[in-house]
Ligand binder design. Structure first.
Ligand code: HEM
Length: 220
């Protein structure tokens, strides 16, 4: 167990809004650098890459919330929705950058790319799967869908795997950065089946009666 100082409840909502603000900063800064000619090399590609990488980081962060709580006892559940939605916004911006800046809205070229280049097909599939998750990331949908909400939101694992695969397939040689994301997603996926037995054992250990040391009888 890791004991972090608890954030007073009155700051919870503000901290979530702060996360949205901070989370959107890389996109805003990247856009500013691009618009003022300060992005090196091919600015469109650089901007597209920046958005894609942040999308992947937010996907990984979203999936890390549950294991962090299970293993370290740190409850950041209140940030999970914001992280998931930030991932969606970044994927959407990454797609828009590709569609508007890279392909300059050449619909035929975009459709050919989606159909013919497997890494783009996988990326597109991930974006399509993210849409129902983003649309149902609200309290009303959670109430309405009940247990079906959990089933639907398990798609987040498939999306993260697709995102990491898409990243690895977008390069000629898979390097340490692609390996890192593939590894992180693999560990997060592997956590799912071991989670229940791990929590059961943890609960059993916590409930086990504490063995008392025999109290020495006072002599005499
Ligand atoms: C979950 C969804 C997605 C994630 C996480 C994601 C992430 C990424 C990442 C990390 C890169 C590599 C950036 C780099 O080289 O540093 C990338 C490249 C790329 N992505 Fe995505 N992406 C997603 C969906 C999409 C979609 C929907 C499209 C378009 C239909 C797309 C088009 C591209 C293209 C064209 C590149 C390569 C750019 C280039 O180097 O020429 N991606 N993506």
């Amino acid at each position: 167990m890791v004991h972090l100082p608890a954030l007073p409840k009155r700051y919870h909502s503000a901290s979530v809004w702060a996360l949205y603000g901070l989370g959107l900063l890389p996109a805003g800064y990247g856009f500013y650098l691009g618009a003022t000619g300060q992005l090196p090399g091919n600015p469109v590609k650089e901007f597209e890459h920046l958005l894609g990488l942040w999308a992947l980081r937010f996907l990984v962060a979203t999936l890390a919330i549950t294991p962090i709580r299970d293993i370290f006892g740190i409850n950041w559940l209140r940030y999970r929705r914001a992280l998931g939605l930030l991932a969606f916004y970044y994927v959407l911006m990454h797609f828009l950058a590709y569609m508007l800046l890279d392909q300059v809205l050449n619909v035929a070229a975009i459709l050919t790319d989606i159909g013919r280049r497997p890494f783009i097909t996988i990326g597109m599939a991930a974006l399509v799967m993210l849409i129902p998750l983003a649309l149902t990331s609200n309290n009303w949908s959670i109430r309405r869908l009940g247990t079906r909400w959990n089933t639907l939101h398990r798609l987040a694992y498939v999306i993260a795997a697709a995102g990491a695969l898409h990243f690895s397939m977008s390069v000629k040689v898979v390097g340490p950065e692609q390996m890192l994301y593939l590894g992180l997603v693999a560990v997060l996926l592997a956590w799912r089946p071991v989670r229940k037995p791990y929590l059961r054992r943890k609960r059993q250990a916590a409930n086990a009666p504490v063995r008392r040391q025999p109290i020495e009888k006072a002599a005499g």
